[in-house]
Design a protein around this ligand. Structure first.
Ligand SMILES: Cc1cc2nc3c(=O)[nH]c(=O)nc-3n(C[C@H](O)[C@H](O)[C@H](O)COP(=O)(O)OP(=O)(O)OC[C@H]3O[C@@H](n4cnc5c(N)ncnc54)[C@H](O)[C@@H]3O)c2cc1C
Length: 414
């Protein structure tokens, strides 16, 4: 006979849902995971740049960003784009974003991102002990490069990382060339994060973790979750197929989480920063590690699929189609850094789940003690999969912790 503590339903089988499921199983819970898609493809957890970035605590809400935005929007090579038909829907989000651009709020986010980022890789290592990740995770660091026009923003980041204690190594032109000799010498300086890692195929790693979840007794239902109700405080999930009752549930639907949090009567200002990738097949040998060109806000990662080029922050919601000019932009940017690239393939659009203060929501819901959340990890949801799972499983098990978890609570928006 099974001796489970209680039955947890998780909605969303992205990297967040799967990692939360695995840590809950470790603690003795029975777990059922729902997703309207097969895990391993389509969503943000499939198409990201594959960076495990424990250093990346400086948020996008920073005082200098406000003065930089107009130039970024005007630039045809820049990272920022808008879908004009959606902008009116984002006005409240932009308003809160601007409020969070003060130095004080930036430092608050940086401090609490650092708290969890610092634990992100050890948390993954606990899960990776149980799957074969050989050839799939590289420990060669991540490099950022820039030219002089971009110096001001980089100086601010470097200073804050020093204050927070995130390890970094400044690079001169020669050192950059020694590390990545194929990159054209358009740069003036850079920084190297030695402890960062990268995935050579995020979708495959995610699928391996999902298979481990099933092997350890987790159940998966390929169902769209339509409504959440309650019976004697116990959550009832209604899907396209049937109704399921749980002791507790977790909403982990990435950028799609808002439609479900509204059903539990909570208004959380989640929106999406749309991002794109393309691949250049058989070109992964051109670089040894992820390289990010800060001036243009895009990066290249050597992967099994080839050289993956990733970038763009496009404000445009979940329903607008792909923008062809953003794809062209990635192609041109890649060719700006590397010679000899062939025609690209695999044009992909994904949805970063982002809150206007650039902290995720990890914790219980405001109104229902048996509902938990893990979403809103923006540019860092891949890095933060395992640690969020560890934190959520500890919260559900009502364990004590030395971490200060209040800053991640959804209560900050009430
Ligand atoms: C271009 C790009 C590059 C990125 N690069 C990096 C990087 O290098 N490093 C990093 O750390 N992060 C990166 N990120 C961010 C990271 O990919 C995301 O933050 C992370 O994948 C979010 O994971 P998630 O599990 O919360 O959401 P998702 O992966 O989006 O998964 C949510 C799941 O919920 C399911 N779902 C939604 N609604 C329902 C419903 N009603 N019923 C059932 N299922 C539902 C969806 O089908 C989906 O599978 C990048 C993102 C993008 C877009």
């Amino acid at each position: 006979m099974n001796n489970y503590k209680s039955h947890i339903g998780i909605i969303g089988a992205g990297i967040q849902g799967v990692c939360c499921g695995l840590f809950l199983i470790k603690k003795g819970y029975q777990v059922t995971l729902f997703d309207n898609n097969e895990p391993g493809n389509v969503s943000a957890s499939y198409g990201n740049a594959g960076h495990f970035s424990p250093y990346a605590s400086i948020p996008l809400n920073r005082p200098d960003v406000l003065t930089d935005v107009p130039a970024m929007l005007m630039s045809s090579t820049g990272p920022l784009a808008l879908k004009w038909n959606y902008i009116h829907k984002m006005i409240p989000w932009f308003y809160q974003f601007i409020k969070n651009c003060s130095k004080k709020n930036m430092m608050h986010t940086a401090k609490y991102m650092h708290q969890i980022l610092d634990l992100a890789i050890p948390a993954y290592d606990e899960l990776f002990e149980e799957i074969d990740i050989s050839q799939l995770v590289e420990k060669k660091g991540i490099m950022y490069i820039w030219n002089d026009q971009n110096l001001k923003s980089r100086e601010l980041e470097i200073k804050i990382r020093d204050e927070i204690g995130a390890e970094q190594q400044l690079l001169n032109k020669k050192e950059i060339h020694d590390l990545e000799p194929n990159i054209k010498k358009i740069y003036h300086a850079g920084v190297f994060y030695k402890k960062a890692r990268h995935a050579r195929n995020p979708g495959k790693i995610w699928l391996k973790l999902f298979d481990l979840f099933k092997k350890k007794g987790g159940t998966f239902k390929k169902n769209n979750v339509e409504t959440i109700n309650f019976s004697n405080e116990k959550p009832l999930i209604k899907t396209t197929e049937s109704e399921f009752k749980f002791d507790k549930i977790l909403i982990a639907c990435g950028a799609f989480s808002k439609q479900l949090t509204e059903q539990v009567n909570e208004k959380i200002p989640l929106d999406t920063e749309r991002g794109y990738h393309i691949n250049f097949k058989n070109c992964d040998h051109l670089i040894s590690r992820p390289v990010v060109f800060s001036n243009r806000g895009f990066g290249m990662t050597p992967m099994e699929q080839g050289l993956r080029v990733v970038g763009t922050v496009e404000f445009g919601g979940l329903k607008n189609p792909k923008s062809n000019n953003r794809i062209k932009n990635l192609v041109n940017n890649a060719k700006f850094l590397l010679d000899g690239l062939p025609k690209h393939d695999d044009e992909w659009l994904g949805f970063r789940p982002t809150l206007p203060d650039y902290l995720p929501v990890i914790g219980p819901s405001k109104n229902y003690k048996n509902v938990f959340y893990s979403f809103g990890h923006h540019h860092l949801g891949w890095t933060l999969g395992a640690i969020s799972g560890k934190i959520i499983s500890g919260m559900i098990a009502e364990e004590n912790t030395n971490l200060d978890l209040k800053p991640y609570s959804s209560l900050r928006f009430s």
